[in-house]
Write a protein that binds this ligand. Structure first.
Ligand SMILES: Nc1ncnc2c1ncn2[C@@H]1O[C@H](COP(=O)(O)OP(=O)(O)OP(=O)(O)O)[C@@H](O)[C@H]1O
Length: 269
């Protein structure tokens, strides 16, 4: 069992303005070893920007970041390079290389960044594809894969780098509804295996079932933070609960047969 009291990633006071507008306002959070925290909230609340600031794809205007208790100094190229290798990122739209087969998409960073031989990198890529259930698709190009399979390749690619933390930015939002489950299943298995993860999502039933904590983000600030049981308890009166209830109302209209009181279909509470 991972030591869940050990902070792996900590951010403090992250702020960011873009186009003259404040997008993130002093956001702080800690991810402990082996925990899955889920970022939810209305569209435009700053979830993607926060994940990109944490991964330093966007440089925050203010704030500090620690990985395994070591502060990351953005101005030091070596720090930045090493940090990016240890913090994996999964994007909504997969970001695969179209001209590379699945196995090569997974292996490429091992060869180019880590300097592994083609044989070593391919062996590792095959092991990671196996882990996400795609060993039989290793020779296919992205255009020959479904959206769910492409996202699983991108997860395998991130895992191949042995990240300490995975950041997932709405990994199922670009998928047809019938493909969402296979990607969530992979993430569920990673959580069960002790991977430390921060995931922005609108998949509320998944968040409720699996997240250690829900972080509710609105207007660039984390306005609520707590276990799903606490934030979504009947009568909790939280902003998280009213947000979920609204999603549920929409889903009820779209799926009138959904049994009340049970965890709803994907995307609902
Ligand atoms: N490069 C940019 N320049 C100006 N504004 C930006 C830029 N990138 C994002 N924004 C604005 O920042 C706000 C937060 O966007 P962000 O994508 O982080 O929200 P989100 O919570 O992830 O939304 P969604 O759930 O729709 O993905 C939005 O108002 C968006 O228009």
């Amino acid at each position: 069992m991972p030591d869940t009291t050990q902070p792996v990633l900590r951010i403090e006071g992250i702020s960011k303005s873009l186009g003259g507008k404040q997008i993130l306002d002093s956001v702080s959070l800690t991810l402990h070893k082996g925990e899955l925290k889920v970022l939810i909230g209305p569209s435009g609340g700053g979830k993607s920007t926060l994940l990109q600031c944490i991964n330093l794809l966007i440089q925050p205007d203010q704030g500090r970041i620690w990985l395994d208790s070591e502060e990351v100094h953005v101005s030091r190229k070596r720090d930045l390079y090493s940090f990016r290798q240890q913090v994996g990122m999964i994007f909504q739209d997969f970001n695969l290389f179209d001209h590379l087969r699945a196995a090569d998409n997974v292996a490429i960073a091992l060869r180019k960044v880590r300097g592994w031989s083609r044989r070593q990198a391919t062996e590792r890529a095959m092991a990671e594809l196996e882990r996400v259930g795609l060993a039989d698709k290793a020779e296919l190009y992205p255009a020959e894969l479904s959206g769910g399979q492409k996202q699983r390749v991108s997860i395998a690619r991130a895992l191949a780098m042995d990240p300490k933390v995975l950041l997932l930015d709405e990994p199922t939002s670009a998928l047809d509804p019938e493909l969402v489950g296979e990607v969530l299943e992979v993430i569920r298995n990673l959580a069960a295996g002790g991977m430390t993860m921060l995931m922005a999502t609108h998949q509320m039933s998944f968040a409720r079932a699996l997240a250690k904590e829900i972080l509710f983000m609105e207007g660039g600030r984390l306005i609520e933070q707590g276990s799903p049981a606490k934030l979504l308890a009947p009568g909790a009166g939280t902003r998280t609960q009213s947000f979920c209830t609204r999603l549920w109302d929409v889903s009820e209209r779209e799926h009138p047969a959904a049994p009340a009181g049970e965890i709803g279909p994907a995307g609902t509470c």
